[in-house]
Ligand binder design. Structure first.
Ligand SMILES: Nc1nc2c(ncn2[C@@H]2O[C@H](COP(=O)(O)OP(=O)(O)OP(=O)(O)O)[C@@H](O)[C@H]2O)c(=O)[nH]1
Ligand SMILES: [Mg+2]
Length: 478
């Protein structure tokens, strides 16, 4: 029968480093009894068993059946509860060939340790109270970070600031609920006027949660990269600019219009944001079937992209295709390419003169692109994001934040609608409002839902299915 995350925690092991050859590999062991299980496979079992937490033991891994030497290793020992997962742990740093890894893993299997499930070490850390769900997910996000910005933001979440803020917000809402319940009882029992939910507190909680939910867009850019599309008429120099920006002769360049038939993509990083630069087929009319398909794809990229680099030819001037592009993406960064040519027309207002041939204007282009990217992730170019400003990067968190925001929004609508004269100002006193237990009850349901959504976000409220879905998406060995 397959094990689950919530089954009793048996001793487990997993390769924590990438499979394949490297100088070193690390194999992690965890769970009560894991160090004892390793001892028969180790040349110095006494030292291993007596090793205190946070110490290293040097020795050989041996085949417990016949004593064959397998590798020279260093084992890091962590003792419960002062270990990353809160239980006994060991990490074998061995030589990194796949032959060595295979034999050690076989020895651990023979010693009775079970292969870990994906994210099982992280799950155990969460279950042992080492961090809430947001912090635990941040570990996985840090492991997966593909850009500088992604790393910085995941590390901030791992620091626990966001978790603390969410926990405080939930405590605040639960406190309001408790107070409201008292008022509700009071109102029903002796009919004395109940006090309203503090309107401003609900507004600020809703706004903060909404802002966090919206930050998912920035998190997506850090995680997936910003789609930046080079678009324009044929032969304007899109592919030449593409090659220059990705510093590689990736795209074919030729004086023949219609050279690029299908889009191609390559990446680089700017302002800590991964850029997915896409070169597209040039736009023109009266073309054959294949090129027309390429042009359809260009148009669809223009619609889907986070940013368009609209390229025009300084030797030709603006074309009818440029007009259609300008209408589709008025926010595009406009590049007046071939500005080096003697016959080049002057750049119209709002267009940046560049040359893919000699690199003129490219630093300015990168600066403008950097400013746009920084704007897309919600900060200024060159500035790090504030340490107390958080962005989220996973859809589970976004959905729960949206639920909490909507629930508080509904509570506020109810307050507005039910209490005459109450529009969020302080002019109507609670006593004048004369609120009834019935509507307070309805507001309480919404506030409870918001508090529950935050609880699910941080893992204070969780179900086995949800935990299963979250942790099975983690890396093996994490
Ligand atoms: N003088 C000059 N020529 C350029 C510049 N950029 C590109 N060219 C030339 O313009 C022609 C077309 O360049 P490409 O990069 O293939 O243009 P494209 O926009 O990708 O063209 P299609 O794929 O056909 O849409 C080539 O002959 C390039 O050498 C530039 O900055 N200055
Ligand atoms: Mg091209």
């Amino acid at each position: 029968m397959t094990r689950g995350y919530l089954d009793p925690p048996v001793p487990i092991f997993a390769l924590a480093t990438a499979p394949g050859a490297a100088a070193l590999a690390v194999i992690r062991l965890g769970g009560a009894g894991c160090i004892e299980a390793l001892a028969p496979c180790f040349s110095r079992p006494g030292r291993l068993l007596a090793a205190p937490g946070h110490s290293l033991v040097h020795g050989m891994i041996i085949d417990s059946r016949d004593g064959e030497l397998i590798d020279e290793v260093v084992v890091s020992i962590f003792r419960a509860p002062r270990s990353p997962s809160g239980e006994d742990q060991a990490e074998i740093a061995c030589h990194g060939s796949s032959a060595v890894q295979r034999r050690i893993i076989a020895c651990l299997g023979l010693a009775g340790l079970q292969p870990a499930l994906p994210g099982e070490f992280a799950f155990r850390a969460f279950a042992n109270g080492k961090g809430d769900l947001v912090k635990t997910e941040a570990i996985n996000e840090l492991v997966a970070a593909a850009s500088e910005g992604g790393r910085v933001e995941a590390l901030k979440r791992l620091g626990g600031g966001l978790s603390a803020r969410l926990a405080a917000m939930r405590r605040g809402l639960v406190g309001l609920l408790a107070e409201a319940e008292v008022r509700l009882d009071h109102a029903e029992e002796d009919g004395s006027p109940a006090t309203l939910f503090p309107y401003d507190a609900l507004v600020s909680a809703r706004d903060e949660l909404g802002k966090l939910a919206a930050s998912w867009q920035a998190g997506r850019l850090y995680r997936e990269g910003a789609r930046v599309v080079l678009a324009g008429s044929t032969n304007v120099g899109k592919s030449s600019l593409f090659n220059l920006l990705v510093r590689e002769e990736r795209a074919i360049v030729s004086p023949e219009p219609g050279t690029t038939r299908d889009w191609i993509e390559s990446g680089f990083e700017l302002e800590g944001v991964p850029v997915r630069l896409i070169d597209t087929a040039g736009l023109r009319s009266e073309v054959g079937h294949v090129e027309a398909q390429g042009i359809d794809r260009s148009r669809s990229w223009v619609e889907q992209s986070d940013l368009v680099l609209h390229v025009a030819d300084a030797l030709v001037g603006l074309t009818i295709e440029d007009a259609s592009l300008l209408a589709a993406r008025p926010d595009a960064l406009r590049l007046w390419n071939k500005a080096d040519a003697r016959a080049a027309l002057p750049a119209p207002e709002g267009w940046l003169a560049v040359s893919a041939l000699n690199g003129d204007g490219i630093p300015k282009l990168l600066e403008a692109l950097g400013t746009r990217l920084a704007g897309l992730v919600g900060r200024c170019r060159g500035a790090p994001s504030a340490h107390d400003e958080f962005i989220i990067s996973n859809p589970r968190q976004r959905d729960l934040l949206m639920r909490a925001t909507a629930a508080l929004g509904a509570a506020l609508v109810l307050i507005d609608a039910t209490v005459p004269g109450h529009q969020g100002d302080d002019s109507t006193s609670t006593d004048e409002a004369g609120c009834s237990g019935q509507w307070l009850d309805a507001v309480a349901v919404d506030v409870r839902d918001a508090a529950d959504a935050i609880g699910e976000l941080t893992g204070e409220i969780s179900s086995p299915e949800v935990l299963d879905a979250i942790f099975s998406g983690f890396c093996l060995g994490k």
